[in-house]
Design a protein around this ligand. Structure first.
Ligand SMILES: NC(=O)c1ccc[n+]([C@@H]2O[C@H](COP(=O)([O-])OP(=O)(O)OC[C@H]3O[C@@H](n4cnc5c(N)ncnc54)[C@H](OP(=O)(O)O)[C@@H]3O)[C@@H](O)[C@H]2O)c1
Length: 289
């Protein structure tokens, strides 16, 4: 079995987690809406994650909605003490599966309540405020003061232990750090989407974790002849190489690759033991550079 500890650990404020974790979004149904096609398979992935020593799971109550958290609770509660569950608030699903911004103080309190109830915990370890300014997809400028202050208030009430940000710009991280302690930033980043290169370095200098979403390309997994060539040369799969590249990119990067498959999960965590040479890194670096 893979020793995921080989990839090291990093801090989410006062919580140390292994750098290879698991992203639970793929456990809901198609389009992250409704129940999974195979509930037993979803439960099995989570149990495989615990057996492998994963101590960091990323989720949200808007996956399903409610479904992913309920599956996590069924598979893992009572939770191991060392497990850190990171969730996110800031969106609400429409009846048609649409993703809608929901960042009023009342929305955020309701979302925290939903997460507490469906995960079955008294306090949430880490809650990311997911920002949906602009078209809602990539980060867009605008003040996050009102929603972040509302979330910080829920933290003061003891419902949330730590706060993070998702889909944010460098200016929003700076604004957020003036309001409360920021445990982590979760933005899209992978071998071919490198818009956050400077932000990652800023956060590394500040000791803040950077947790890339879509580390494997998301709904359209990464396809690159350069990635395939390196993988073939070193006898690994392209997904393993993409994850190993992220691990070496910066010490504050924590991985949460998503999968609904135990076989893919095991394949992905083996990235912890993959060594990339300077030549491999140069070749991979040129893909998104
Ligand atoms: N903050 C945000 O706005 C945000 C947005 C998106 C996601 N997230 C979080 O980030 C996590 C990771 O993102 P993600 O799951 O969307 O994308 P991802 O990790 O980049 O990729 C997941 C996709 O890759 C496939 N896959 C996984 N391992 C594979 C392998 N070894 N071989 C081939 N295909 C493989 C999965 O399909 P199978 O199920 O078939 O393996 C799935 O289609 C999510 O689980 C979620 O927790 C956050």
């Amino acid at each position: 079995m893979t020793d995921i500890g080989k990839a090291g650990t990093y801090w989410l404020c006062d919580r140390s987690v292994k750098r290879i974790g698991y992203g639970a979004m793929q456990l809901a149904g198609p389009g992250v809406f409704g129940p999974p096609r195979d509930r037993d398979a979803a439960l099995a992935v989570l149990r495989a994650a615990m057996e492998a020593g994963v101590d960091h799971i990323d989720t949200s109550d808007f996956y399903g909605p409610h479904v992913t958290n309920q599956i996590i609770r069924e598979a893992l509660s009572p939770y191991p003490q060392e497990l850190t569950i990171v969730t996110k608030v800031g969106a609400r699903r429409g009846a048609d599966g649409s993703w809608n911004a929901a960042i009023s103080a009342a929305d955020l309190e309701a979302a925290v309540d939903d997460n507490l109830r469906n995960l079955g915990v008294e306090a949430l370890d880490v809650v990311n405020l997911r920002i949906m300014f602009g078209d809602g997809h990539g980060p867009a400028e605008g003040s996050i003061e009102a929603p972040l202050t509302a979330l910080a208030t829920l933290r003061q009430r003891g419902l949330v232990r730590h706060v993070g940000l998702s889909n944010v710009t460098s200016a929003q991280v700076a604004e957020g750090r003036r309001i409360t302690t920021i445990a982590c930033v979760q933005n899209q980043y992978n071998l071919v989407h490198r818009e956050d290169d400077a932000l990652i370095d800023e956060l590394a200098a500040a000791g803040i974790a950077y947790v890339p979403f879509f580390p494997l390309g998301g709904f359209t997994p990464l396809q690159s002849s350069g990635l395939d060539a390196v993988a073939a040369r070193i006898g690994a799969t392209p997904m393993q190489v993409a994850l190993a590249w992220l691990l070496q990119r910066a010490p504050n990067i924590l991985l949460i690759p998503g999968t609904s498959s135990t076989a893919h999960f095991r394949e992905n965590i083996a990235a912890a033991e993959l060594a990339l040479s300077a030549a491999d890194l140069a070749e991979l670096g040129a893909i998104g550079g």
